[in-house]
Each structure stands twice: as structure tokens, then as C-alpha cells.
Design a protein around this ligand. Structure first.
Ligand code: NDP
Length: 299
């Protein structure tokens, strides 16, 4: 199966790794070409090659996978000179693993359809470790027949694969999931800073919360491993979470849903992003709460 993979970032690279083996034949392209060259070196002896342009990467490929920061970059890559549209073959499927926005994806799908190309939005969840271990969750939007065609590629890096509905449904589910992630991180940080200022160690408070009804993935995994230790390893940039919750907040507005919690979490995530910059990990959003509250979440 001939596949192109465009975007070897923090999560794209470990995903593409699972496609660098039989029965796949893989072409890769990355904006910073040295990363694509490095990927080929790391997979010497496999059916993997890097190309200088997106158009060359996608030429003659049955599945074209994109994994870029947002739908803005996906659109740019489609339309730029030597971009995807300049090379993609009629009869192929574009599989967009970017956490993108549903409205843009619906427009992209319509444009591709007029060229005989199907589109499936397929954002992922499970983090870089999930990607390395090939056990991501993928939420897909698109026609069932297109979904069935991309299944072998998805199965290479995912454990849970769900068809959520028509084009855009995958991006919708991802956006609302990310809204919950941001709410959980910020709310847990507020709870722990409050406990710390009241004289209770955040580690002790977490021990109780994680055996009680206030627990979440943030309290059980993210905050203990990243905030309590003060290590804050970067696996998923705060800038990307900011983009995700903004998509969710705009979607709620478009759907005429009153969502004050999502709106507030979106505003706080943007403030944290502005305060901390482009490169920090998403869990570092707790620093906003810590600075304002005057206590740290540490053991
Ligand atoms: P990164 O920022 O690590 O990588 C982004 C990739 O996009 C890089 O390959 C980068 O190229 C490329 N890129 C950036 N801007 C452009 C552009 N204008 N034109 C072409 N290529 C561009 O992001 P991640 O890999 O972490 O995330 C990718 C997607 O996956 C995002 O939508 C994110 O929200 C989602 N995601 C990420 C997770 C994670 O744990 N990291 C988890 C789940 C979803 P270059 O190397 O040149 O910078």
C-alpha cells in the first residue's frame, strides 16, 4: 500500500514510524527537510524515501496523510506551489491526522471531491507515548467507504478507531475532548493551589483525589508526572492546546450552545500560552494558576 506522510513533528514522526514497514511503501515530506532525511536514515533498508516537495511525496500514493499544527497549515500545503493538489492522484484518499477544524475540513473535502479524491479527518489522541507504542485513539469523519480504505494505515498506529460521522465529525470530537483536557488541567491546578495555600501538600491532596470522585487523567497522570516533579517534559505544545480549545469554543458558539466553562478555559489557556510562549508543554498551563495563586504544585 503506497502511503505519503507529511509532517514529522512530535506526534507525526512516531506515527509515521509504524508505516515504515511491510506492507507499506512510504514517502515522507517535512517542512524542515533535515527531519525527513533523518527519518529515512533511521529506517534504512525499509521502503521509505523522502521527497523535496509535497507534490512529489503524494504523487501516485493511495493514501496521503497530513499531521500539521492546524487546518490553516493543511490548507496552505494543499494550495502552495508544489503542494498536495499539484501531485495528488484521482482515486486516492487524504487522511488528515491534524487536530483541525470541522468547517475547514468540509471545504477541503468538497474541493478534493471535485478532483476524485476522498477525505477523512482523523485526529488522534494518546500522546507521543501512545504514538510510539502504536496504541493511539483515532476519531474519524468521512464516508464509510473512505474510512474502510484507510483502515490498514490507521491500524498500524492506533488501537481504538472510531467512525464518528461525516467529514468534520472527527475534528468535532477531538475539539470537545481537548476542551475537557484544558478544563481538567486548569481546574485541578486551581484545586491543588488552594489546598497548598491551606497547608495541605499537593501530593497528599492528589492521593485522596485520585481515590475519589474529583479524579481525571490530569489528576491521575499528567499533573503527578509533570507538575509535582517540576519536570514538565514537552510532548504536546501548549500552543496546540490553545488552538484546540479555541476550535471548541467557536464550535459551541456556532451551535448556539452556552458554554461558559469552555469559553473561560479557552481564555485562560490563551493567557498561559502568551505568558509561556510557543515551545512549552500543555501541562505548564498550571503555572498561570500557580503564579496568580501564589503557590506551586510540587511534592
Ligand atoms: P509539532 O509542532 O511538533 O509538529 C508540527 C509539524 O507540522 C512539523 O512537522 C512542522 O514542520 C510542520 N509544520 C508546521 N508549520 C508548517 C507549515 N506552515 N507548513 C508545513 N509544515 C508545517 O506538532 P505535533 O506533531 O505535536 O502535532 C501535530 C498535530 O497533532 C497537531 O494538530 C496537534 O494538535 C495534534 N496532536 C498532537 C499530540 C501530541 O502529543 N504532540 C497529541 C494529539 C494530537 P517543521 O518540522 O518544519 O517544524
Amino acid at each position: 500500500m503506497k502511503i505519503a506522510f507529511l509532517g514529522l513533528g512530535d506526534i507525526g514522526k512516531p506515527m509515521a514510524h509504524h508505516l515504515a514497514r511491510d506492507p507499506f511503501d512510504l514517502t515522507v515530506w517535512n517542512r524542515t527537510a533535515s527531519k525527513a532525511a533523518q527519518f529515512v536514515t533511521e529506517h534504512a533498508g525499509k521502503k521509505v524515501k523522502a521527497t523535496p516537495t509535497p507534490a512529489e511525496a503524494v504523487k501516485g500514493r493511495e493514501i496521503v496523510i497530513t499531521c500539521l499544527p492546524s487546518s490553516v497549515e493543511v490548507e496552505e500545503l494543499l494550495h502552495q506551489k508544489d503542494g498536495i493538489l499539484a501531485g495528488i492522484s484521482s482515486g486516492s484518499v487524504m487522511l488528515d491526522c491534524t487536530s483541525g477544524d470541522p468547517t475547514t475540513s468540509i471545504a477541503i473535502a468538497a474541493e478534493l471531491k471535485s478532483r476524485g479524491v476522498q477525505f477523512v479527518d482523523a485526529p488522534v489522541s494518546g500522546g507521543t507515548i501512545g504514538a510510539v507504542e502504536g496504541r493511539l485513539t483515532v476519531m474519524c469523519g468521512g464516508e464509510r467507504a473512505a474510512f474502510d480504505r484507510v483502515m490498514p494505515a490507521l491500524e498500524a498506529f492506533a488501537k481504538k478507531i472510531v467512525h464518528c460521522g461525516p467529514v468534520g465529525a472527527g475534528h468535532t470530537v477531538k475539539a470537545v475532548n481537548q476542551a475537557l483536557l484544558a478544563v481538567h488541567i486548569l481546574a485541578t491546578a486551581e484545586a491543588l493551589v488552594t489546598a497548598a495555600k491551606a497547608g495541605v501538600s499537593p501530593a497528599v491532596a492528589l492521593e485522596v483525589i485520585n481515590a475519589s470522585s474529583g479524579r481525571s487523567n490530569s489528576s491521575e497522570n499528567l499533573i503527578p508526572a509533570r507538575a509535582l516533579t517540576r519536570e514538565f517534559p514537552r510532548t504536546f505544545r501548549l500552543a496546540l492546546l490553545d488552538k484546540d480549545i479555541d476550535i471548541a469554543a467557536r464550535l459551541a458558539k456556532e451551535m448556539e450552545v452556552e458554554a461558559p466553562l469552555i469559553s473561560l478555559a479557552a481564555r485562560l489557556t490563551t493567557e498561559a500560552h502568551r505568558m509561556l510562549g510557543e515551545e512549552v508543554d500543555h501541562v505548564e498551563a498550571v503555572r498561570l494558576v500557580e503564579r496568580r495563586g501564589g503557590a506551586e504544585i510540587k511534592s
